[in-house]
Design a protein around this ligand. Structure first.
Ligand code: BJW
Length: 285
């Protein structure tokens, strides 16, 4: 390890020892090592379409068949992926007894994730399943420490009533079953037009359903005021992109884990330039 990285690790550990609250803000880079494509750093193309152009209410209204096919692709990816080392390390920070060792003064820990893949929650569940039944609460992960601010890929919600349900079926409905189509995600894939009535429907009123994720122009689910760590997000999408500078203005310390320069670097006290699944492991061996 080069001396400047060792110094940065030592300084971050010192900052953690005196920190009173820890907040991790995560983006697509956190799940990249699990095989989930990112949005912007060359990972965001699906059938040659820019994923961010599909993540809008307008795109869904114009072509619900196309947008559902895109989300079904993400759905299958998320179902088939596993949490990586970075998810597991962040999950450990939610265990009070572990936190006591690295940040003895921290009263709270929260993860605010922009990811909809549920991998951070699955990492918590994996940790919880390893804890003996008679262990005290301080040895258990805090299951409510995760805010999924852009929603959850496995939830579908009705476009005309409040109905929302988690569905882990694969395929979600027969029309979205594309397992027989070779190269389904290739740029050259022929457009498949699924009739509206064959797309996922609300089971209460049979209106068209949509993925319960936050699209551009919609309000995120959970917002918070402070962050201490910023992991694998390009910090280009509001409001998450504002968190780092806001924390710093209030005297908080900010650490960025990103293998490329990101918009949050200017607000960072510590920058770890490498894959988060490796760099987090150096800070929390
Ligand atoms: C690694 C790594 C490794 C890779 N290790 N690092 C004009 C019109 C309409 C709206 C707007 C407008 N101008 C501004 C807006 C606001 C808009 C916005 O910010 N737009 C800008 C992009 C221009 N924002 C919104 O509309 C948001 N709502 C809002 O602001 O409401 C108003 C409001 C605010 C506050 C209170 C109340 C109301 C909603 C945004 C919704 C974003 N939705 C999406 C899709 C979700 C569903 C889905 O998954 O498909 O969310 S878009 C997409 O971007 C997704 C992501 O969560 C989000 C952020 O992307 P992220 O995670 O940062 O990914 P990348 O790919 O950009 O970056 C990955 C990074 O990881 C890179 O830097 C890599 O280097 C790094 N990396 N591998 C470490 N192994």
């Amino acid at each position: 390890q080069d001396p400047s990285t060792i110094t940065t690790i030592t300084r971050l550990r010192d900052a953690l020892r005196v920190s009173k609250n820890i907040i991790v803000i995560a983006g697509a880079g956190l799940s990249a090592a699990s095989g989930i494509p990112t949005f912007r750093d060359g990972g965001g193309l699906w059938r040659s379409l820019d994923a961010t152009t599909l993540a809008t209410p307008t795109a869904f209204t114009a072509n619900p068949s196309l947008v559902w096919q895109f989300y079904h692709y993400q759905w299958v990816k998320a179902l088939e992926s596993k949490p990586n080392l970075a998810h597991h390390i962040i999950a450990k920070l939610s265990v009070p007894e572990f936190r006591r060792e690295v940040a003895p003064n921290a009263k709270s820990f929260h993860l605010i994730t922009q990811n909809v893949d549920r991998l951070s929650v699955r990492a918590l569940q994996a940790l919880e399943s390893q804890v003996p039944a008679n262990a005290p609460p301080s040895d258990r992960p805090q299951m409510d420490s995760v805010f999924e601010m852009h929603g959850r890929i496995f939830d579908i919600e009705c476009t005309s009533c409040d109905y929302c349900v988690e569905d882990l079926s694969n395929p979600l409905c027969p029309a979205l079953d594309v397992s027989h189509i070779k190269d389904y995600n290739d740029a050259g894939t022929k457009q498949i037009d699924i009739p509206l009535k064959e797309l996922p429907r609300c089971s209460a009123y049979h209106a068209l359903a949509r993925p319960s994720v936050v699209w551009f122009g919609e309000t995120p689910y959970q917002l918070s005021e402070i962050n201490r760590l910023v992991v694998g997000t390009s910090s280009t999408v509001l409001p998450a992109s504002l968190f780092a500078s806001r924390v710093q203005k209030r005297g908080g310390k900010v650490a960025v884990f990103n293998f490329a320069p990101s918009a949050a670097d200017g607000s960072a006290d510590f920058v770890f330039r490498g894959p988060c699944e490796t760099e987090l492991g150096r800070v929390f061996p």
